[in-house]
Design a protein around this ligand. Structure first.
Ligand code: URP
Ligand code: ZN
Ligand code: ZN
Ligand code: ZN
Length: 486
């Protein structure tokens, strides 16, 4: 059984051109003119792009005394309907602290339920010999990224010595450290201060996490990574202060990548000043939405290449869960959704406004992250031999985003009322059409598979060799020639 995606304009990270795509089984078999197949997927008048990859999701994750309400099934169905064909979700160690057990647990939750493909990042939330040993096991199981939280003091936060130890271990293993860069100590102080002053509302969340808190931590993480001789990926970059640190590092030749979220690019801190408590609390996430001037910095970074990836950090709680923080903003579970809307919102606010070219849109929604995560060109590319993860992207399919219409099971949407000008007409995951617009079908649970990612020695090896060549030189001195002291 073969399928041809016919009559569209292919858009890749490096060029756009007219061609058909022939799919055989799960793979792209050929790209060219007038291809024939058993089945035809109509792409006339549309773009044909690599399936979106969202490298930052938290599905069914225990966090802040509750568990994210979006399930692997609902989250991946929502993703597929929005043109995303792979997510990379965060595995958090449970009370036993074991990375391997946590990984097993995430497979148990996802296997047989996911509609599109998944990969895992594993969080390092402390430091001991077991973690050091298990990191190697985890890499063998197909995880090449380890996440470090510099915030969430008393819970997930790691100290600098722990981060340095873990980053050094990443360098040995050919793995890439990721950081949530916010200074958890300062946040804890500001939270205490505002709560003591009786300032308990959701806007306190934003005030307790100003841009300096993120800029400081981003710079610190970059310097620690440089000291350890390892590249670094900074998740959810929300402000100029953090972007500046990344830009500076890249100009010095450090391998640092930055990931803004579609929420930070398009929503601002005014959301927290809404008189409606629920409205504000539903938008509580870390880092918080910022003053508009930061959005210009993030968009510029995507165009200039100092920021490389647009994700969502989809970490979705219901309104009832958000109300756990009615007595004080520090208890509002942190996180917002976006998985279903990432491509449409980014296209509308990015490509339609001229901030991004269609090719840059593809780069930041799939190709760049596929390369960073070492799954390129299996994912993130339209080339023969790649997985047939393909989206027929219709630039004339408008809609107004409404929670009532979404596949996500959350009872609201932070983009409620936003009008988007483009959507997925068809989403193809490994050769199967899993979603077609307007056909009232649901992506089927169980289609998705786990995509292991091999360790990638290249970048970290280059840095480690450089580090070795530039390591401090110690001098051998004849003890006889050393003065014996006073
Ligand atoms: O508020 C957020 N971002 N929640 C998800 C966990 C994290 O920090 O990434
Ligand atoms: Zn599995
Ligand atoms: Zn985070
Ligand atoms: Zn996150």
């Amino acid at each position: 059984m073969t399928t041809v995606v016919k009559g569209g304009t292919l858009v890749t990270a490096d060029r756009s051109y007219e061609a058909d795509i022939l799919i055989e089984g799960e793979k792209i078999a050929a790209i060219g003119a007038d291809l024939k197949g058993d089945k035809v997927v109509d792409a006339s008048g549309a773009y044909v792009i690599p399936g979106g990859i969202d490298p930052h999701t938290h599905l069914e994750m225990p966090f802040m005394g509750t568990t994210t309400a979006e399930t692997f099934e609902s989250g991946t169905a929502a993703a597929a309907s929005g043109g995303t064909t792979m997510i990379v979700d965060f595995v958090l160690p449970g009370p036993d602290g074991s990375l391997v057990n946590a990984l097993r647990d995430w497979h148990r939750k996802a296997d047989g339920r996911i509609c599109i493909d998944v990969g895992w990042h594993v969080a390092v939330t402390g430091w001991n010999e077991t973690i050091w040993r298990e990191m190697a096991e985890v890499v063998k199981l197909g995880v090449n990224t380890f996440k470090h939280f510099m915030a969430y003091k008393g819970a997930l936060m790691v100290e600098d010595d722990e981060m340095y130890a873990s980053f050094s271990r990443c360098a040995e293993l050919g793995a890439l450290p990721l950081v949530h860069a916010e200074n958890g100590d300062i946040i804890a102080e500001l939270q205490k201060k505002f709560m003591a002053q009786g300032k308990t509302g959701p806007e306190g969340h934003a005030h307790s996490r100003p841009p300096e808190v993120e800029g400081e931590a981003t710079n610190r993480a970059i310097m620690i990574a440089d000291a350890a001789g390892v590249p670094l990926y900074v998740v959810h970059v929300s402000c100029e202060e953090a972007h500046e640190a990344i830009r500076r590092a890249r100009q010095k030749g450090m391998r640092v990548w930055g990931e803004p979220l579609v929420q930070h690019l398009t929503l601002d801190e005014g959301e927290y000043f809404d008189k409606d408590w629920d409205h504000a609390a539903r938008r509580v996430m870390s880092p918080p939405f910022r003053d508009r001037k930061h959005q210009d910095s993030l968009w510029a970074g995507l165009a200039a290449g100092s920021l490389q990836v647009v994700a969502t950090d989809h970490c979705a709680f219901t309104t009832a869960q958000k109300r756990m923080g009615l007595k004080g903003f520090p208890s509002i579970p942190n996180g917002t959704g976006g998985l279903e809307d990432r491509l449409a919102v980014l296209w509308t606010r990015g490509v339609e406004t001229g901030r991004l070219t269609p090719e840059e849109f593809v780069a930041v929604t799939s190709t760049n992250i596929a390369r960073i995560l070492n799954i390129y060109p299996r994912k993130g590319a339209l080339v023969p031999g790649a997985d047939a993860d393909i989206v027929v992207w219709d630039p004339k399919l408008k809609k107004t985003i409404r929670a009532a219409d979404q596949l996500s099971i959350i009872d609201y949407n932070v983009f409620e009322g936003v009008e988007v000008t483009a959507q997925a007409r068809h989403t193809i995951s490994r050769g199967t059409v899993v979603w077609s617009h307007g056909q009232n079908t649901r992506p089927s649970a169980g289609h998705g598979i786990y995509i292991p990612r091999p360790a990638f020695p290249a970048a970290s090896k280059a840095l480690s060799v450089w580090k070795e060549l530039n390591s401090p030189r110690f001098i051998h001195r004849d003890p006889q020639n050393i003065p014996s002291g006073v």
